[in-house]
Unconditional design. Structure first.
Lengths: 698, 566
């Protein structure tokens, strides 16, 4: 028997899932992350999981990882001291950003400091023009002496090489990289055109500096893992999840650590998509809510929507524009500052506002009894009876409901002159409204009609809020998968190996000759396929997907078009205008214009086949003995009655396929509680999912 | 003329519980945000998508505004109610049918220039009007001489659309659309954007009715009243935080042909605030004149920056503020004064208002900023294509009491700039340098932000025409509380000064240099912590000489020490 293990290293917890073909998921595990050396929790957790499941490490064929290591290194500035070489005259671009305020009324909006301070940037005499031609050859001696100074004076460990127009012609960046690698073999070097050759210097350079900044961190982590797993007798393969929902090898991860950003949440969204596909529900709203933030993703026809920009380390209330922009292929997620730790307060107009400030894990909500005084969403859910103070994290942590009441009274109820219960309900409902609003706006901007799709809810806080949010959105169905607390670890097991490459290069569609494929797409396809084949995938099994960003000449924005898969490049090229026209009509609901089409970005994704039937928990390791399905009753508040009910609280682990639970009800598992409103019915399907149909009842 | 709203009467209605009110209120704002998203998605032009130059507003059946999209720009603050009033005067409610949509771009009834179209749609429920929705967006073209301040009367500025039914019971009014198509340069884009407005209103109107069905509200009046009363109360609380008194300020600005004076006196009396622009210079024969609606919008915006950023836009927020300006002054211009480039004047209203409050609320006002400079380039690209593009460079922001001004950041607008690589591809010009201008920020206890230097070379092989258009060329950003002024904006061509309002023919190989203004400092430079002066010198923001002369601080960069001279 061979096994695969998914490991998701989150900020607070490291989650594990053990899978074997035929039986599916045979074990899950969760333990605290060890931030100083994340490999420790991985190794220890893995050993515990395998021991509990009676599996030998030698039988594990692959360890698949997602990690917040790279994101956290940027947020907490724990990367390596990094230098930068930049085209003469452009040293300040990193500080200038987009020169734009992100908040209309804020006179002093904060911005994150650049990852490379101004003093660690050196200008180099070189210039490539807008058409890719060389105006001034690169001065390699100047580059080397600049780096020598940075190494001596600032002890840099990594270097980003960032030149103007390198997205068109990377030769100067590459020449500098080669010269530096010879002169300074220990230095990690990233070039902006290799990391992501996208036009717009600020974003491309910022991405390259983030890549350089995190290279030594990821390299060190991977070396630890490889060494320790090897020492324990592991002979299988290690792969890492990337932000686009694909897997990469450790070598690729080391070259492009920036591509690993936000891979945990991406795995969760991917798992939602997979649940949807397995149930023949291709359109899904993936809803994940944890302690600090809620994350949403839209899944269309089985695939999460994608985008090519991410913003991390936002310094002001999760506001777009207040963070570090990173250009990478990534699953398009909404991030809302709404989670269990979100703090409730009275805003400038005298109404309840919840988040985005969060009490975090320390001091945490008032009910944690760790000196936290703020009234949080978790406190509201305790007061309303939705969370059992004696069964938090499976009873590992006791909550203090009195502290919740006190916090809500002083921060919300008293200022508004309402009862504590009313205030708690206001906090709970404000979050539901905020999440519903974020979904509506996100979907409206993308032309995604969610009224026929299914919400899949997970994360520590998601299942308490999902039913109400789905009702507000008029989504007909909500599914609560089992093991919702380790959803991302499960998601890691369903990702195929894949890699995206993209390049900006302005070209008119009608100017593409018959050799267009060889000139523009072949080099990208070779690069992407090469990285997949290096992981041992046969060429015949690699799928190539071509996407182009196209616009009408003179238009300021592009539309992504996926090309039909044709063997003959000429047929493929001739299909471009129609593919664009169809997409244009879809987005704008008006017919296209009589203008020339211009290609802006060329993108190629190479993808290996998806692992078969993985990720689906066949068995959760739960007690099957006595079916005391109804654990007990608990007093919980329901707004329809504006009162507390004796509400049945079920133990999720005792529910089996075919069971049905009538709302109002609470269904508890170790890491989360599912709240069913009045009139709702949840059925347990054969995959142990709870399925709530909102079209029936009220 | 005076723009004000009646204070709301207290009613004896059972008040809405604040928990319910907050939730219902947020739902209404969410409805306008969804309308904005629908408009963004279906809009064609770059200006809508990149600059978010649009908004959506909800009104109750009596025409009171109750919610507005959160992404609304300053120019759309509080203009909606008057626009709706004008539209309803011409098309009274009893003449409206489900599926009607009425549009106008009138400068005096809308938002101050023809480029903004306002589209209104009644929301019907059970055969009765329960509210109105409105959207406003900046069109890519409206005919006439184009988007410039050069017109000498408003007839040159393009097509004026009097409030007319664009859609009649869901069917397009073909005659109206034909008139529009025949008068604009890019008809598909313009009509596309107008239709995006129509669909925005359809979405928000439909969501409004769904909201009423769900909540069981038969009309919006009590909810509207509660929202407005709560906003008004919050705004009155904010005003009460300002000591009573009369506060005055005046600023001189570059204008078009000659400089223009803006003046105001602000009377704070308890919880009411009156802004009177008496003393402001007369309107001029170029398109930089402001109708009172746009003057008011920017006034409300300035007040929101100072005290009320988190009070949502609705009629209640406007109630405690009165605004007046002498008829015929540049801030209350009358037809047929041209208005297309009104932004060149209204962008100074925040500084004008902040300056009046310099002493009264010193903790929140911001010293003057370097703002944003533009260079318009016209001619032929090296590849033979016609080009007409605008290069934008931002200056430094003014300091506030507790923080330095940001370097090179757009203020008071939130416009972004074109990246160097995109500019070069668009124009076949080469940017040789884009860098901070050390010492350009006004010295102070907190420093003004740095401006920037940009050098652009004409590599198109053709002669290009360039028009600089800058603020702060004659009048630098003023420092507050003893802070020094920022360095002014300067333009050069091939090393020689270029008149900031000139048109310049740029031969192949010629260079234009833009030196964008720095922000004003706040507080005396001699009070700045020498350690912070040292940091500025080490970062290269301030030179050793400037540290000595402006701040009285001797810096030894090598030894990393700084001390203030006695």
């Amino acid at each position: 028997m061979t096994y695969r293990v998914g490991v998701d290293i989150g900020g607070t917890f490291t989650d594990f899932a053990l899978f074997t073909e035929g039986s599916g998921i045979v074990g899950i595990h969760k333990r605290l992350t060890t931030p100083r050396d994340p490999s420790r929790a991985v190794i220890e957790g893995l050993q515990d999981l395998l021991t509990d499941s009676g599996v030998a490490l030698a039988d594990v064929q692959a360890v698949v990882h997602g990690t917040t290591l790279v994101t956290n290194a940027v947020i907490e500035r724990r990367g390596a001291p990094t230098g930068m070489l930049v085209t003469q005259g452009f040293r300040d671009i990193l500080d200038m950003r987009r020169e734009r305020r992100y908040d209309l009324y804020d006179l002093t909006p904060g911005f994150p400091d650049p990852l490379v301070p101004r003093a660690l940037r050196r200008e180099v005499d070189e210039r490539i023009l807008f058409d890719g031609s060389v105006e001034r050859a690169v001065d390699l001696e100047e580059a080397k002496s600049g780096v020598a100074e940075l190494v001596t004076d600032h002890d840099i460990r990594a270097l980003a090489v960032c030149f103007i127009n390198s997205y068109l012609n990377p030769t100067h960046e590459l020449a500098v990289r080669d010269a530096i690698q010879v002169a300074f073999p220990d230095l990690f070097v990233s070039t902006s055109a290799e990391v992501f050759p996208h036009w717009r210097e600020f974003e491309r350079w910022t991405t390259a500096t983030a890549n350089a900044f995190t290279q030594p961190v990821l390299d060190r982590y991977l070396r630890h893992i490889e060494r320790e797993l090897g020492a324990l007798g592991f002979t299988g393969r290690i792969t890492m999840m990337a932000s686009n929902g694909g897997m990469v090898t450790p070598d690729t991860a080391r070259r492009f650590p920036v591509r690993m950003m936000e891979s945990g949440p991406a795995a969760g969204a991917l798992m939602s998509a997979r649940h949807g596909t397995a149930l023949d529900l291709p359109d899904v709203l993936s809803f994940d809510m944890g302690g600090t933030t809620a994350k949403g993703a839209l899944v269309r026809a089985g695939s999460p929507l994608r985008t090519y920009e991410l913003e991390v380390a936002r310094v002001h209330e999760f506001k777009p524009g207040s963070g570090v922009p990173i250009k990478i292929p990534v699953i398009d997620m909404i991030e809302i500052g709404a989670g269990g730790g979100s703090i409730a307060e009275i805003d400038g107009r005298g109404m309840i506002r919840v988040g985005p400030r969060s009490a975090g894990a320390d001091p945490g909500p008032a009910c944690y009894g760790q000196r936290g005084e703020a009234a949080t969403l978790t406190d509201a859910n305790v007061v309303l009876g939705y969370l059992d103070p004696n069964f938090f994290l499976g009873g590992e942590m006791r909550l203090d409901p009195r502290a919740s009441e006190r916090a809500i009274a002083s921060h919300v109820a008293d200022p508004l002159d309402v009862s504590v219960v009313r205030a708690a309900w206001g906090i709970h409902e404000t979050i539901n409204e905020d999440v519903a609003r974020a979904f509506r706006v996100h979907a409206a901007e993308r032309g995604f009609d969610y009224r026929g799709c299914t919400m899949i809810a997970f994360g520590g806080s998601g299942p308490i809020h999902a039913h109400s949010i789905a009702a507000k959105l008029k989504v007909p169905r909500v599914i609560f998968p089992p093991a919702a607390g380790v959803m991302s670890a499960l998601g890691l097991l369903v990702c195929p190996l894949s890699f995206d490459v993209a390049r900006s290069n302005l070209t008119f569609v009608d100017a593409l000759g018959d050799d267009w494929y060889e000139r523009h797409s072949r080099p990208l396809a070779d690069e992407a396929v090469g990285l997949i084949r290096a992981a041992g995938v046969a060429a015949a099994n690699v799928t190539i997907i071509h996407r182009l960003d196209i616009r009408y000449q003179g238009q300021g924005f592009e539309i992504e078009v996926t090309l039909p898969n044709e063997a003959d490049p000429v047929v493929m090229r001739d299909a471009i205008p129609d593919a664009f026209g169809a997409r244009y009509q879809e987005i704008f609901a008006i017919p296209g214009l009589d203008e020339r089409l211009e290609i802006v970005n060329w993108k190629v994704e190479a993808r290996a086949p998806e692992p078969k039937d993985s990720g689906m928990p066949a068995f959760l390791g739960v007690e099957t003995g006595e079916r005391a399905a109804r654990k007990r009753n608990r007093r919980a508040y329901f707004p329809e009655a504006d009162d507390f009910f004796d509400c049945p609280a079920h133990d999720r682990y005792t529910l089996v396929p075919g069971d049905a639970v009538e709302g109002p009800a609470l269904i508890e598992e170790r890491e989360s509680t599912c709240l069913l409103g009045i009139g709702a019915t949840a059925r347990v399907d054969e995959r142990y999912n709870l399925v709530v149909d909102l079209t029936k009842g009220t | 003329m005076m723009q004000t709203a009646e204070p709301l009467q207290q009613t004896t209605d059972a008040p809405l519980d604040p928990v319910t009110l907050g939730i219902l209120w947020d739902r209404l704002i969410s409805i306008t945000d969804e309308g904005v998203s629908a408009m963004l998605r279906s809009s064609f032009s770059t200006i809508l998508r990149e600059c978010l130059d649009l908004t959506a507003i909800l009104f109750d059946a009596d025409g009171n505004s109750i919610a507005q999209g959160t992404k609304s720009l300053p120019s759309f603050t509080g203009t909606g109610p008057a626009t709706l009033r004008h539209i309803l005067e011409r098309h009274p409610p009893e003449t409206l049918n489900p599926g009607d949509a009425i549009a106008t771009n009138d400068a005096w009834q809308g938002t101050g220039h023809y480029f903004d179209i306002c589209v209104m749609r009644p929301a019907f429920r059970h055969g009765r009007i329960v509210g109105y929705t409105m959207s406003i967006s900046h069109l890519p073209d409206i005919g006439g001489i184009g988007y410039t301040a050069a017109a000498t009367d408003i007839y040159q500025e393009g097509l004026r659309i009097p409030a007319c039914k664009l859609m009649q019971a869901g069917e397009p009014n073909e005659l109206a659309f034909e008139f529009i198509r025949a008068n604009v340069r890019v008809p598909e884009q313009v009509v596309g954007d107008i239709m995006a407005n129509v669909s925005c209103n359809e979405v928000s109107g439909q969501k409004l009715v769904e909201f009423m069905n769900e909540t069981g509200l038969d009309d919006l009046s009590s909810l509207s009243h509660a929202i407005r009363r709560q906003s008004e109360r919050s705004m009155r609380d904010c005003i009460r935080g300002i000591p009573d008194g009369v506060y005055r300020n005046q600023v001189d600005i570059e204008g078009f042909d000659e400089s223009v004076r803006l003046a105001c006196s602000i009377t704070v009396n308890g919880d009411h605030l009156l802004i009177d622009y008496d003393g402001t210079g007369p309107s001029v024969s170029r398109g930089i004149n402001c109708a009172l609606n746009i003057t008011s919008a920017w006034t409300y915006f300035a007040l929101k920056c100072l005290m009320a950023g988190d009070i949502p836009n609705n009629q209640g927020f406007l109630a405690p503020v009165s605004i007046k300006a002498p008829e015929g002054c540049i801030l209350n211009a009358r037809p047929p004064s041209p208005t297309a480039g009104r932004h060149l004047v209204v962008h100074f209203i925040p500084s004008l208002v902040f300056g009046a409050f310099e002493q009264a609320i010193p903790d929140v006002v911001q010293a003057e900023s370097g703002m944003v400079g533009h260079l318009t380039v016209q001619g032929v690209h090296r590849n033979g294509r016609e080009i007409s593009d605008i290069f934008t460079a931002t200056g430094g922001v003014g300091g506030v009491r507790e923080a330095d001004g940001a370097e090179t950041t757009s203020t008071p607008t939130t416009i972004g700039v074109v990246p160097v690589e995109i500019w070069e591809a668009l124009t076949s010009m080469t940017v040789e340098r884009k860098a901070f201008l050390p010492d350009s920020g006004g010295g102070g206890r907190t420093r003004g932000g740095l401006g920037q230097e940009v050098v652009i070379r004409n590599d198109s092989g053709n002669t290009l025409t360039v028009f600089p258009m800058g603020y702060r060329t004659d009048f630098p950003a003023r420092g507050y509380h003893g802070g020094a002024d920022g360095r002014p904006t300067r333009f050069e061509a091939n090393g020689k000064p270029l008149h900031p309002k000139d048109r310049y023919l740029m031969a192949p190989g010629d260079r234009v240099r833009i030196m964008e203004a720095g922000g004003g400092g706040f507080g005396a430079a001699k009070d700045r912590d020498p350690e912070r002066v040292l940091e500025d010198v080490l970062e290269g923001y301030v030179s050793v000489e400037c540290a000595r002369e402006a701040y009285g601080v001797e810096v030894d960069a090598a030894a990393r020490t700084a001390r203030r001279r006695a």
